[in-house]
Design a binder for this molecule. Structure first.
Ligand SMILES: *Cc1c(COP(=O)(O)O)cnc(C)c1O
Length: 373
């Protein structure tokens, strides 16, 4: 089977930045300055300015960024941390890695984001934090979650891995809570040439603790204040991230144009539910997620037609084998569970062409049983 439209094509992104990145990489190779250094410092400054926070600490990946953010606000073994049932597993994994307990709750049906009412119902005396995940390039309703956190004395930590550049009325994703974590995995809106991530905060003490914990619990060489980890950002990644950050707004605008075009192409297709944008938000369309009946059959037909698609995510956190020990059952989070059976992510990346989108829409229309227009 030949691929007509790939799910994700990053080659054009690398081509745009190669001439900028390669000379810096050559200097890094020659000087052996691989970890930290001036490119990392510059990226941290530039990303802080872009997001609108005082401090960015570049780290090794998004999962480590979450773990460091959780630890830096004092989450301890046995604490409960409320997360959406529909998220990438890393949101939960990082909780578990510090011996705390992820508490999944249901999402809302329209946007598939953390449901504030479900959050409030899940709070116990052991709850320490709430993690809104800015899923698919949207911003989660932090403006409704923050007052709940305030009422119960809890910390809010954004998982901003899928939302670089997204804004709500209150600011950019990553600047809406005490501390936020993001991932620069290559396929994210801002992607490195390997694994990378960052922690964002206005709080100088939190930033210093993240930097300390991520560097073996040490701020002065061989003086170890905490049992930390090795979670530093490499200079080669910072070089790529600086070059891509300059292009991020343009690339996000291209994603928005593609999302508008999908909405238009699919608006009369009865069997396809297209995504909507939360009022006051600017979505950066990390993923374009439609909902269809008989998703697995539709997905297979698109695959056979050469259209790359994905599911984000096929199993809600509480039903994964990894979290079987938490003791949840099917039926507890009906919206997340129903979504997992109907969601389908269509090809979405900045360099997606109109011809590619037409091919996707035609194949999808055929798969759900509607003739081409
Ligand atoms: C990608 C992602 C992460 C983890 O990032 P890695 O860099 O792969 O460790 C965490 N949360 C969400 C929502 C993600 O999409």
């Amino acid at each position: 089977m030949t691929t007509i439209v790939p799910f994700l094509d990053l080659a054009a992104q690398q081509a745009e930045i190669a001439a900028e990145v390669l000379p810096v990489w050559e200097r890094q190779l020659a000087s052996a300055g691989f970890i930290g250094g001036p490119e990392v410092d510059a990226f941290e400054r530039e990303y802080a300015d872009y997001i609108g926070v005082r401090h960015v600490v570049g780290v090794s990946n998004g999962t480590d960024a979450l773990e460091l953010a959780y630890r830096a606000v004092g989450i301890e073994p046995g604490d409960e941390v409320i997360i959406p049932a529909n998220t990438f597993i890393a949101t939960a994994e990082a909780v578990s890695r510090i011996g705390a307990i992820p508490v999944p709750v249901d999402v809302d049906d329209e946007f598939l984001l953390l449901d504030p009412d479900a959050v409030e119902a899940a709070i116990t005396s052991r709850t320490h934090a709430i993690v809104p995940v800015h899923l698919f390039g949207q911003t989660a309703p932090v403006e409704r979650i923050a007052p709940i956190a305030e009422k119960y004395g809890l910390v809010v930590i954004e998982d901003a891995a899928q939302s670089q550049g997204a804004t709500s009325g209150a600011g950019r994703a990553g600047a809406l809570s005490r501390v936020a974590a993001t991932s620069f995995y290559p396929g994210k809106n801002l992607g490195a040439a390997g694994d990378a991530g960052a922690v964002m905060t206005d709080d100088a003490e939190v930033a210093a603790l993240v930097r300390n914990l991520g560097g073996h619990g040490s701020s002065v060489k061989y003086v170890h204040d905490h049992v930390g980890m090795n979670a530093r950002l490499d200079a080669v990644q910072a070089t790529v991230l600086r070059a891509k950050l300059r292009r991020l707004d343009g690339w996000n605008a291209a994603r928005r144009a593609a999302a508008d075009r999908y909405a238009d192409l699919l608006k009369d297709v009865a069997g396809v539910r297209t995504p909507s944008v939360r009022p006051g938000n600017q979505d950066v369309w990390h993923l374009y997620v439609v909902r269809v009946a008989e998703r697995d059959r539709v997905m297979a037909e698109l695959g056979a037609a050469g259209i790359g698609v994905g599911i984000h995510y096929p199993t809600p956190v509480h039903l994964t084998q990894a979290y079987a020990s938490l003791g949840y059952r099917r039926g507890q989070f009906p919206i997340a569970e129903a979504a997992a059976d109907s969601i389908l992510s269509l090809p979405m990346f900045p360099h997606l062409t109109e011809a590619q989108q037409d091919a996707v829409a035609d194949a999808l229309r055929a798969a759900v049983g509607e003739d081409k227009r």
